[in-house]
Design a protein around this ligand. Sequence first.
Ligand code: ZN
Length: 119
Amino acid sequence: MVTQEKLSIALEQTRQNNWDKANELLAGFGIEYVSCANKDLKYINLGDTYDQTICQEINTVNQPLLFIGSWGDWYEETAREYCEVKNVVRCGYCSEFTPMNERNWQDVVCENCGNLVAG
Ligand SMILES: [Zn+2]
């Protein structure tokens, strides 16, 4: 379990672009990347999807956003936002986004795989 204090120090390190040092400090497994809905996240892999770690949203029009959080939460939040803005649902079968063209999302057939998005 990484302490809040260590995370704060690591966050300071990444602010100065010392990601390797921060990874070392947190005894992480390295710097990794994950993408969701045209957004990319850089984070220090601590082993678990919902571990509190150092994350940075990259390739955004906004200032790169550096924060303490989990990549799992970021992923879910990003997918939820995308669904709201684009009026799409995420397919439970293939994980692709598909238009929300039915009244109930459970009735939506995925354009990508042809299965019901409810999975
Ligand atoms: Zn699908």
